[in-house]
Design a protein. Structure first.
Length: 697
């Protein structure tokens, strides 16, 4: 027993002594460390997430800037009565995405995020912390990653310090901003704000100064001209259009000397007159070279197109394309494979250029055309649902299309292969265009008022990004050899891919229902059944009855398409009808008149500009807007939640999007009580973003 007891005590002493095993999140190695190997009841100690990033990748600060998400733990779990404090954020760096247009804040290479942990007075035995750290990590593209963690520490009469971890955490706490030794004031001057800082730490002239706000009051990418005086310095800030002048602004001022050493000071600047002797010699400081704007915007559009390949609305099409691609690669005919890549790319590019042409044409006529406009028409949604259903039937083997939809197989004809592959590119662009993520949305918003050639360039590069993976694969024999060999598994996998198609069709039916009511849904389902019958008839090609069956099948197919088209064209849905989401949550429909009424009453307003076909909108609803904590916070702060439903065309919503310089939904406007000018929130929402805005009321 003594021997077993010694083994048990040794195991207890070795359990997660101040650290946990590092977790590879994908592009970052994440480890939870603690400065103590044993803790006392009632003690407060520091733990930290140690994140080692892959070369060229970065993560975000507490305020990510124009786009991004900071690292966060959604829900802490623990035992032993511990409580966790907020992260101690090191001073950030500028992450210039598009100079003069898009600026983010964050960290590269390595980030250590310390936070305090308090042990309860009655803690005994072991304490533990566990949960999941989530973060957005970016290079050319951005990828959400998670890292599960667990920290277990023994409770002892005397604490035991882990010197290595203690030094690491202490070093990174020292990189956080300290309180400004002096005063700070914010002054409204014309169209800009002046942040004056009276502190000897900011003199003499020569150091680079930049203000990083905790909230999004200012244009992050704007130049911040600095002026040095005898006892401090002043920075010129550019407020967001419509941003009200605040009573106080909070953030961090970072000073960088000629040696490259950086220090930060936490600033709380109250509204008031410019502090004396904080201005004099003015130096213009730009975050990036303006000459590279177009190149940066082009790279952003290309990256946004690449991201579209990961969107759930595009994945079924790409899966179908992948099956055909593997089959062609197995034939060993390089010319066929390259033709596939070329015609697929042409189909994608021409589709996006057609969208650009429509966009610029309607803009020239004074109309507003949002991204995803093709899904605002019930007939278009019905036809797309039928198409997805038909592709699913083909994947299940209900019927064959000769050389097939993809133009693959031993009987590949040049014309049929090119046409089939081109069509797949068109289809990928058609369903991918509404999937606007935050970074692609920024690129589209940046060109909304640019000349037509720039609009065509950006839309074309988005299409090129979408097509690029298959294009590269078709021209690189080395990569082609990595493709799996065709076999019986191909048919099984092909059938599996049918079910995402059916799910996509079901989602489109839900969109159709919100647009036009239940009638078109019923007729679309009826049309799908008729199409299935026609496809079955066309598959009966044996004997004399083959041509007759095929002819009858074509007639039946046309009739199956006619039914939902007629129903959709003749439906007259009330475009002011609330969405199912609005009805279920009992929220108000948006109108400028209603917003004005609430502003006059001193009531805050949050407006969700959304559409049932917008994937990003639905994600924000599921993860943030429908969360009980957010709904309670809206109620507690007496903020009215309103919905602007852009599922169907709506001139008032289009005017508001145009007014705010947005290419489409989602858009989120937050009106503070008594302030008629709203703040535009990021396209990707989190609970912290909403709660921070509400706490400021």
């Amino acid at each position: 027993m003594r021997f077993l007891s010694l083994i048990f005590l040794a195991m207890i002493a070795s359990i997660q002594a101040g650290y946990t095993q590092a977790v590879d999140g994908g592009h970052a190695l994440v480890e939870l460390v603690a400065e103590s190997d044993a803790v006392q009841p009632g003690e407060t100690f520091f733990a930290a997430f140690d994140m080692t990033l892959d070369e060229g990748w970065h993560v975000y600060w507490r305020n990510p800037g124009d786009a991004g998400l900071p690292p966060m733990v959604d829900e802490w779990q623990g035992s032993g009565g511990t409580s966790q404090g907020d992260f101690v954020w090191p001073i950030p760096h500028e992450l210039v995405v598009a100079p003069g247009q898009i600026m983010d804040y964050g960290y590269a290479d390595r980030l250590v995020l310390p936070f305090p942990v308090t042990v309860s007075e009655d803690a005994t035995g072991l304490i533990s912390l566990s949960g999941e750290l989530s973060y957005l990590i970016c290079e050319e593209i951005c990828i959400p990653e998670t890292a599960a963690f667990r920290l277990v520490l023994p409770v002892a009469e005397t604490p035991k310090i882990n010197k290595a971890n203690g030094r690491l955490i202490s070093d990174w706490i020292s990189k956080s901003p300290s309180a400004l030794d002096g005063e700070a004031r914010l002054t409204e001057r014309g169209d800009g704000w002046t942040l004056s800082l009276a502190s000897s730490a900011l003199t003499p002239p020569g150091s680079y100064l930049r203000f990083f706000p905790y909230r999004d009051e200012i244009v992050h990418s704007a130049d911040q001209a600095v002026s040095y005086g005898g006892v401090g310095a002043s920075l010129v800030l550019t407020p967001f259009p419509g941003e009200p002048f605040p009573e106080m602004i909070r953030g961090v001022v970072v000073a960088e000397g000629s040696s490259g050493a950086r220090v930060g000071y936490e600033v709380e600047a109250l509204a008031g007159a410019i502090l004396p002797e904080t201005s004099g010699t003015t130096v213009s400081q730009s975050a990036g070279a303006g000459g590279a704007n177009l190149l940066s915007l082009a790279l952003l559009a290309l990256a946004g197109g690449l991201i579209l390949n990961l969107m759930p609305c595009v994945l079924p099409i790409l899966a179908m394309k992948a099956v055909g691609f593997v089959q062609v690669a197995a034939n060993g005919r390089v010319s066929e494979l390259r033709r596939h890549g070329i015609f697929y790319t042409i189909g994608v590019l021409l589709s996006f250029l057609a969208i650009a042409a429509t966009f610029t044409g309607l803009r020239a006529s004074g109309e507003f055309l949002s991204i995803g406009f093709q899904l605002q028409y019930p007939v278009g949604v019905a036809l797309l649902a039928l198409l997805m259903f038909a592709i699913g039937l083909w994947l299940l083997g209900v019927f064959e299309l000769g050389t097939s939809l993809q133009g693959v197989g031993s009987g590949l004809a040049a014309r049929g292969g090119a046409a089939g592959t081109f069509f797949t590119g068109v289809l990928a662009a058609l369903v991918g265009a509404p999937c606007i993520g935050p970074f692609l949305g920024v690129a589209m918003g940046a060109v909304i008022s640019e000349p037509a050639p720039i609009v065509f360039l950006v839309f074309g590069l988005v299409g090129l990004g979408l097509a690029l993976p298959f294009l590269i694969l078709s021209f690189m024999p080395g990569l082609q050899r990595l493709l799996p060999k065709p076999g019986a598994w191909m048919e099984t996998l092909k059938q599996v891919f049918a079910f995402p198609m059916f799910l996509t069709a079901a989602w489109l039916l839900s969109v159709l229902g919100e647009q036009a009511g239940t009638g078109p849904i019923i007729w679309t389902v009826a049309g799908a059944i008729v199409i299935a019958f026609g496809a079955w008839m066309m598959s009966k090609t044996s004997g004399v009855s083959g041509p007759v069956a095929r002819l009858l099948g074509v007639v039946v197919l046309v009739f199956g398409v006619f039914l939902p088209v007629r129903a959709s064209l003749t439906s007259s849905p009330d475009k002011a009808t609330p969405t199912a989401y609005a009805e279920a949550k009992a929220v108000e429909q948006w109108s400028t008149e209603r917003v004005d009424e609430l502003m006059d009453e001193g009531i805050g307003v949050f407006v969700d500009f959304t559409a049932s076909w917008c994937v990003t909108c639905q994600l924000n609803k599921a993860t943030t807007l429908q969360h009980a904590d957010i709904q309670k916070a809206f109620a507690d702060k007496n903020v009215v939640f309103m919905v602007a439903d852009f599922t169907n065309q709506n001139d008032a919503i289009a005017d508001e999007l145009r007014k705010r310089g947005r290419p489409g939904v989602p858009m989120y406007l937050f009106y503070r009580p008594g302030n008629p000018e709203p703040k535009i929130l990021p396209q990707i929402l989190t609970k912290d973003i909403i709660l921070t805005e509400l706490e400021a009321i």
